[in-house]
Write a protein that binds this ligand. Structure first.
Ligand SMILES: Cc1ncc(COP(=O)(O)O)c(C=O)c1O
Length: 448
């Protein structure tokens, strides 16, 4: 597959051109990559008004992912999530539908900021007995019943799949229900770009999402910040007609050409049989490792192929403790909290890497600890809209004494930036227990 962006920049860097344009380093600098870092000069195309090399490269990505259109983001899935919400808003306006999004509660904070900036209404779906704030699930049957009983249908249903811990939803079933009710399906697939390239692809854009975002940088070999917004071939054409406009509402006017080259070069890798073979082989090896760990007594979470999430607490360790042991063995995890450790692998994780991890984990014997149980995540009273909360005057206070106050900030934990209480909601006694459990000492509340 061709690489028009990389080819253009390489050719430009090889000339002796006097760069009287941005960036200020003029192609020379401390990192050694500056010669490849250009801006939207003549011939380099314009992201979000693309009709040249960026358009060609995005079309390559669209072929690879099987979408109607794929758009690049140099600002992560965060940008694409806000753009998806803006598209839903425009779609609602055009079709005289309510400005309301139904969302599974385990959203990333960029969803909350998008809702606030666009002043959309949000209806939260908490799911049945969520075991922790990072996971929230719905079956197609439950969604069907919920939508059938709704007095007013939302314009879109928004889900996160895979979630941060590696749980995946039945996107195909959910999509059929959304289609039946005339509701758009928006998927935060930030953790699942690679799903398209497994032997049995289960990428949301292929199995029913209207719009979805992927962070290329999370699971594919791309630079941090690289992401995609995909529009499905079966989605209303209005969405692709307005997608560039939606992305540019929130995006910087100075996209990074290093990131654009990373996405462009990635196409040529994703297009190879070698990539797919390595990915599938790694997924199989991780699966075998998961089986060995389960046999040893570990409780693992989720069914995502490139992720291994250990419920450390069930094995007698806190997540922090297990992450520390791994670190002492030169293995750094993606995330740890009192309960879980999340480990993310490359598509071509080597036997050496997998064995190294397996040796450490299998050398530990199961213990029993009297760890505290995760406090229940329950709905809090909504006092004002997210927009009103983020534009209100606020003050920091000790989380311990925050009960009864109204939260003002987008997220209370980062990473993973999934808010267990959303701004505009009243902090309850249960929330204070969650603050304590997750070691959150301070929060910002609205001055009423
Ligand atoms: C579930 C989820 N969605 C969205 C995002 C935002 O992605 P990005 O960092 O690419 O902006 C993250 C980031 O960690 C995430 O975990």
């Amino acid at each position: 597959m061709n690489t028009p962006i990389c080819d253009f920049v390489k050719k430009y860097a090889e000339t002796n051109t006097l760069r009287l344009h941005m960036p200020g380093h003029k192609g020379e600098g401390l990192l050694g990559v500056e010669h490849l870092d250009i801006t939207e000069i003549d011939g380099a195309d314009t992201l979000y008004s693309a009709d040249g090399i960026i358009k060609q490269s995005q079309e390559n990505a669209s072929i690879l992912f099987g979408s109607k259109n794929t758009y690049y983001s140099c600002e992560g899935s965060s940008l694409c999530i806000r753009a998806m919400l803006y598209l839903a808003l425009l779609y609602a306006k055009k079709n005289s539908l309510p400005n309301k999004i139904l969302a599974l509660r385990n959203v990333h904070k960029s969803f909350v900021s998008g809702i606030g900036l666009l002043d959309l209404d949000v209806e939260w779906y908490f799911g049945k007995n969520p075991s922790n704030y990072l996971s929230c699930s719905v079956s197609p049957e439950d969604l069907d019943a919920y939508l059938s009983e709704s007095a007013e249908l939302p314009v879109a249903f928004y889900v996160t799949s895979p979630d941060y811990l590696g749980n995946m939803l039945d996107i195909s079933g959910i999509s059929k229900v959304c289609k039946k009710h005339g509701v758009l399906l928006l998927v935060d697939n930030a953790h699942g770009a690679y799903l398209k390239f497994l032997d049995a692809s289960c990428h949301p854009i292929e199995i029913g999402a209207d719009l979805c975002c992927d962070s290329a940088h999370k699971t594919l070999p791309a630079l941090t910040g690289c992401a995609y917004l995909h529009v499905s071939s079966s989605a209303p054409s209005f969405l692709s007609e307005n997608a560039e406009n939606a992305l540019s509402l929130f995006a910087s006017t100075s996209p990074s050409y290093l990131l654009l080259q990373s996405l462009d070069r990635l196409n040529s890798i994703l297009d190879t049989d070698l990539f797919k073979m390595q990915l599938q082989s790694t997924a199989n090896k991780i699966n075998r490792l998961k089986e060995r760990l389960t046999d040893k007594g570990y409780k693992l979470v989720g069914n995502e192929k490139l992720k291994l999430t250990v419920n450390a607490k069930e094995y007698g360790f806190s997540g922090f403790e297990l992450a520390k042991i791994l670190k002492q063995n030169e293995i750094v995890s993606e995330f740890a909290d009192p309960d879980f450790v999340v480990l993310m692998f490359s598509y071509k994780a080597s036997d050496y890497q997998l064995n190294k991890l397996s040796e450490v984990l299998l050398s530990l014997e199961k213990r029993t600890i009297d760890g505290k149980k995760i406090p229940a995540v329950s709905p809090c009273e909504t006092v004002c809209s997210i927009k009103d909360a983020i534009s209100a005057v606020s003050e920091p206070i000790s989380a311990q004494y925050s009960c009864g106050r109204v939260l003002a900030t987008l997220s209370v934990s980062c990473p993973p930036a999934v808010p267990f209480i959303v701004c505009g909601e009243r902090i309850s006694a249960e929330t204070v227990k969650l603050f304590e459990y997750y070691g959150i000492n301070e929060c910002r509340v609205i001055i009423e």
